[in-house]
Design a protein around this ligand. Structure first.
Ligand SMILES: Cc1ncc(COP(=O)(O)O)c(C=O)c1O
Length: 428
């Protein structure tokens, strides 16, 4: 934890971290939780440490600063990941009268789980897809929104795609429907308001642990107006833990206040913009390397101590943040140059692969069973499963399972929705 709080000037502006650091120096005999009894930064709600569920001191000051930086009326620190932020946004929308939510098919599983928990009906639409998912189109969002009460989008997504947010926000405004943005991958974008979820959304999540230097699970959920803020406050209380981690809270405040690293952003563009096998999108933190075999390339890189975020058949994703060092980025460029020399890379332009649209069956009320994945071709899936990460469904609920998708699930290093090599399907 202390090794994360390295930037002294940022630290000097952090209410929670300063409280923790100063108290950790004082005599302290613990007859309270947590059970490790060590007087360090991992404490509980004490007389001096404020309380996340009814903040009056350093946590309140931190949340007010965060809201001001993010352009929100109210912001809430989360120690349970963006997942609880997505649930909270959906509940706030539900409490505001929303019953049907339009969303791209490739939304994170927290969206589908949140809808299931709250009894919200997802109105799904497809985004165009090449070798990777592409940004959602305004016309698709518009068609779906006409049959829904709110729009839920992910921006940026795991691949660095950012949809046309100004046009989409204007669409929601015209129809008088709220816009919810899952910015689990966009915590760093408050530096560039034109690309930032908070510039456009009524409710949005910043997953600061992914693209800013916060501890894992650190996130923020925010509301644009007082009215949405009130609903969000109630909703957040439903989903967050009653024992929030102080190190995570402190790191969230630190991460939001962490300075922009313009030198690194410039270096990314200088090193990779003319590299035919690497895509640098508007969201500079996700570098996509196109290769002949993503799994093998990732394995090879790991053998020399370089760990990418995830890999897919033809893709390796490298996830950066303002805390990435220029030296390591130069090293990555060198490693990619060697892959190019060995002919292991692909030109990003040649990767046009448009899969057939999903045809989903309504399986409500049908009996289900777990069967071996290897024998599941042709059966109807009774759940969502996919590669982990990126944790987007590859096989959808109600979809007829294809051989090709089974092969992808079998060759992946991490998956979700598969238990002991079995998949949940509708009984025949
Ligand atoms: C788009 C998206 N939304 C939400 C989440 C959930 O975030 P967390 O793991 O912080 O709960 C993720 C996680 O990868 C994600 O990719």
């Amino acid at each position: 934890m202390r090794s994360i709080l390295k930037d002294e000037r940022t630290l000097a502006r952090c209410h929670i971290a300063k409280m923790l650091l100063s108290q950790s120096e004082t005599p302290h005999i613990s007859f309270h939780t947590p059970g490790h009894k060590v007087n360090d930064l991992d404490i509980t709600e004490l007389s001096y440490s404020d309380n996340l569920s009814s903040p009056k001191g350093c946590i309140r000051a931190a949340q007010e600063d965060i809201a001001a930086i993010l352009g929100a009326k109210q912001s809430f620190i989360l120690t349970d990941g963006s997942t609880s932020g997505v649930y909270s946004m959906l509940k706030a929308a539900f409490d505001g009268g929303v019953k049907r939510v339009a969303a791209p098919l490739l939304s994170h599983k927290s969206f589908f789980n949140g809808c299931a928990l709250l009894g919200l009906a997802p109105v799904l639409f497809e985004a165009p897809q090449g070798s990777i998912p592409l940004p959602v189109r305004l016309e698709d969002a518009e068609a779906a929104l006409s049959g829904a009460d709110a729009l839920f989008l992910t921006s940026p997504d795991y691949y660095g795609n950012i949809p046309d947010l100004p046009a989409i926000a204007a669409l929601c405004q015209r129809q008088g429907k709220p816009l919810l943005i899952d910015g689990a991958h966009g915590g760093h974008l408050h530096f560039t308001p034109a690309l930032y979820a908070g510039t456009y959304a009524d409710l949005w999540v910043d997953g600061v642990h992914k693209s800013l230097p916060a501890l894992t699970q650190g996130a923020v959920v925010s509301a644009k107006t007082q009215a949405w803020g009130e609903k969000l406050k109630t909703a957040v209380d439903f989903f967050r833990t009653s024992s929030p981690s102080y190190p995570i809270m402190a790191s969230v405040e630190y991460a939001v206040k962490y300075p922009r690293n313009l030198q690194l952003e410039t270096l990314v563009h200088t090193l990779f913009s003319d590299c035919s096998c690497v895509r640098v999108s508007e969201d500079w933190t996700k570098l996509l390397l196109f290769v002949k075999n993503g799994f093998l390339v990732a394995k090879g890189l790991e053998s020399v101590g370089v760990y990418p975020e995830f890999s897919d058949e033809n893709l390796v994703c490298f996830y950066l943040s303002p805390a990435t060092s220029a030296e390591e980025l130069n090293g990555l460029k060198e490693a990619i140059r060697r892959l190019e020399e060995r002919g292991e890379t692909l030109d990003k332009k040649t990767l046009e692969r448009a899969p057939a649209p999903q045809k989903l069956q309504n399986i409500a009320g049908k009996e289900c069973e777990w069967i071996p994945l290897a024998g599941a071709a042709g059966r109807i899936s009774a759940g969502f499963c996919g590669l982990f990460p990126p944790c987007l469904p590859l096989v959808f609920l109600g979809e007829r399972i294809e051989e090709e998708k089974i092969a992808r699930l079998q060759s992946a290093t991490g998956v979700f929705g598969i238990e002991n090599d079995k998949i949940l399907v509708v009984k025949e």
